[in-house]
Ligand binder design. Structure first.
Ligand code: TD4
Ligand code: CA
Ligand code: ZN
Length: 305
């Protein structure tokens, strides 16, 4: 069933588990994510970026909304990193049930003002809102304290920001970053900062850039001819700790992209004569589904639908 993001996330934060927001750009990812959720009886958030909406158009948005309605588990259709009021309105018109407005690169007052405007529009039609405060930057353990402070979410500011904007859930910057290169060695999550934020902000917290970039997957991608540098992701134990502290929504995109592409490379490499797309997209879809399932297990959302 199609529900708002807050409906899913309020329960998650209250009960101390996390819900995955998985990005989709096409039919295969959409099916993989929704099938994994149904098979594991897990709530799920289907995330579409502006890039996804541009790439997939109405074919993608309407497929996502229609399948979410039919699903036997709670599903929210979410705009990921909405950059403008116009972009949010477009998502609202398409039937999304959750939108993110990301004005984190603006100064605090502009972020408050722009977020508030989106909250008013979205709430008027029963849609819930994610906002962001702080800069997503791959931070390593040894980075100086004041340098971290300039980038990462300030707990007291977060409290004021949420009170002033009326946003429903908050993306925090606590050391993670997007993509397959999250800093050398073991990328760092600032758990003490997260704990302070969670103590001041009762709303569900959101972790972006949470992919694990699993070494097995990187190796498989390489073995199939893919080229990738010093890839590194967030350790599963650090994710589990973040959920225990108040993170309820965990974004994962990179791991799914890696799995999908590794399987396509592998399949085409083994069968150079193959040109039936279903023969390589099928196994790739299956690989995405497996990654989604293992993330749901890590987040603790299995059986929560
Ligand atoms: O918000 N996200 C996903 C970002 C998706 C970007 O999509 P476009 O290429 O269309 O702009 C995340 O936080 C994902 O984090 P991850 O660790 O998986 O990279
Ligand atoms: Ca941002
Ligand atoms: Zn993100």
């Amino acid at each position: 069933m199609l529900v708002t993001g807050l409906e899913i996330l309020k329960k998650a934060r209250a009960e101390g588990y996390g819900v995955g927001a998985f990005n989709t750009n096409n039919m295969e990812f959409t099916q993989a994510i929704l099938e994994a959720a149904e098979e594991l009886r897990s709530p799920v958030i289907l995330a579409l970026s502006e890039g996804a909406m541009k790439y997939g158009g109405r074919a993608l948005t309407q497929m996502a909304v229609a399948l979410a309605k039919e699903a036997r588990v709670p599903v929210a259709i979410h705009l990921d990193h909405g950059s403008s009021y116009e972009s949010v309105l477009k998502a609202l018109r398409e039937g999304f049930t959750s939108v993110m407005i990301d004005k984190s690169h603006e100064d605090f007052e502009t972020n408050v003002r722009e977020t508030k405007r989106v909250v008013e529009a979205a709430h008027a039609v029963g849609v819930t809102v994610e906002a962001e405060l702080g800069r997503l930057a791959g931070i390593e353990e040894h980075v100086a304290v004041d340098e971290k402070d300039a980038l990462l979410t300030n707990p007291e500011e977060a409290r004021i920001f949420m009170e002033r904007t009326g946003a429903d859930y908050l993306a925090v910057a606590i050391g993670t970053s997007h993509g397959a290169y999250k800093g050398k060695g073991r990328p760092f999550i600032d758990h003490p900062r997260l704990e302070r934020i969670a103590g001041l902000v009762p709303a569900p917290l959101v972790l972006h850039g949470a992919s694990a970039v699993p070494p097995e997957l990187v190796e498989r991608f390489r073995a199939a001819g893919g080229e990738i540098g010093e890839a590194a992701g967030i350790h599963p134990e650090d994710i589990r700790k973040a959920i225990a502290l108040g993170v309820a929504k965990i974004n994962t995109d990179t791991d799914l992209r890696l799995a999908f592409t590794a399987l396509i490379r592998e399949t085409l490499g083994k069968s150079p004569k193959e040109f039936d797309p279903r023969k390589y997209l099928g196994p790739a879809r299956e690989a995405v589904k497996e990654v989604v399932k293992s993330r749901m297990e890590l987040f603790g959302s299995v059986g929560k639908a």
